[in-house]
Design a protein around this ligand. Structure first.
Ligand code: GLN
Length: 302
């Protein structure tokens, strides 16, 4: 990990920090962190692995897990499971597919998933449920929402407002649009460190179990399926390239984080705020490529 972090620290190519959410533009382009938690619970980490950053779309993995727990396969009536081949905030397919988003990891899909979690609750309760789930998974009650990021996104999130209204017009959302978006903006604004994120992802690497306690968080079948969607859709229209280069299920966020899962082996989180053209962490992807190559962890073979 130290070797990878050192190499990443020296690289001149770092990608561009997201600026469409003004608060995210404040991130330090020089930051890089990596944390890996193996099957034995051991942590290997380097760089800025303890610095909290805005996890953004990475929470889409955890909200998908919660929504499937709440309404099971009925969720697939309002969101698909196919890669979109379009940017994360694209609206084009929504009209062709009657307001049903292509998958739960693009913005439209995650808004539909958030709406499913919200039904029957007040927005504050739904948000509390999401936050408590992350704290439970990471075994860390200090995980919190960065209110400045949430407010910044709420002020500028016109595209997400459009996506939500479009879906609402087709009856895909059950709750008032501003309630659903309020919960969505806030869960995107959760701040976590690489170590906390790797902790939270352990159940996906170990067939739905916490590998340390052996307790089941979700069924092995559900964990396998969430990993499949992470592999095919976790990096938007960069998902094919991520599978080709890294070879692991992974989910990125515009804060520059990536959660990756080496089934049976490790839960991995990397962070570097500079993004590539598809909105995925540039050095995050490169560092994961180095890691999986050295460890022989690609799910497609050595
Ligand atoms: N909160 C961000 C948005 O809705 C999440 C996008 C992302 O991380 N790709 O635009």
């Amino acid at each position: 990990m130290s070797e990878i972090a050192e190499e990443m620290r020296l690289r001149p190519d770092r990608g561009e920090v997201a600026t469409y959410i003004p608060e995210l533009a404040r991130a330090d382009r020089r930051a890089f962190g990596i944390a890996v938690i193996g099957a034995d619970g051991q942590l290997a980490a380097a760089g800025d692995s303890e610095t909290p950053f805005s996890v953004q779309s990475i929470t889409k993995v955890f909200t998908l897990t919660l929504a499937l727990g709440k309404i099971g396969d009925r969720l697939w009536k309002r969101v698909g499971r196919e890669p979109s081949g379009n940017p994360f905030n694209s609206i084009v397919q929504l009209e062709l597919e009657k307001g049903v988003p292509r998958n739960p990891f693009i913005n439209a899909g995650a808004i539909a998933v958030t709406d499913a979690i919200l039904s029957g609750h007040e927005p504050r309760e739904a948000l509390g449920e999401i936050l408590r789930f992350l704290q439970f998974l990471a075994e860390d009650s200090s995980i919190a929402i960065d209110e400045a990021v949430a407010a910044s996104e709420k002020r500028t999130g016109f595209r997400n407002v459009a996506l939500a209204n479009f879906m609402k017009s087709y009856g895909v959302l059950d709750n008032p649009v501003d309630y659903t978006l309020g919960v969505y903006f806030h869960h995107c604004a959760v701040a976590m460190s690489c170590r906390q994120l790797a902790m939270a992802g352990r159940y996906l690497a170990h067939s739905g179990r916490n590998p340390t306690t052996g307790l089941l968080v979700i069924s092995p079948e559900r964990a396998r399926r969430i990993n499949a969607i992470m592999l095919t859709c976790g990096h938007y229209d960069g998902s094919g390239d991520f599978a080709y280069r890294v070879g692991l299920p992974g989910k990125s966020g515009v804060g520059g984080g990536i959660l990756a899962v080496a089934p049976g082996k490790a839960s991995i989180a990397v962070w570097s705020p500079g993004l590539d053209a598809a909105g995925n962490s540039h050095l995050g992807r490169i560092s994961l490529e180095m890691l999986t190559k050295r460890m022989g962890w690609s799910i497609f073979g050595e």
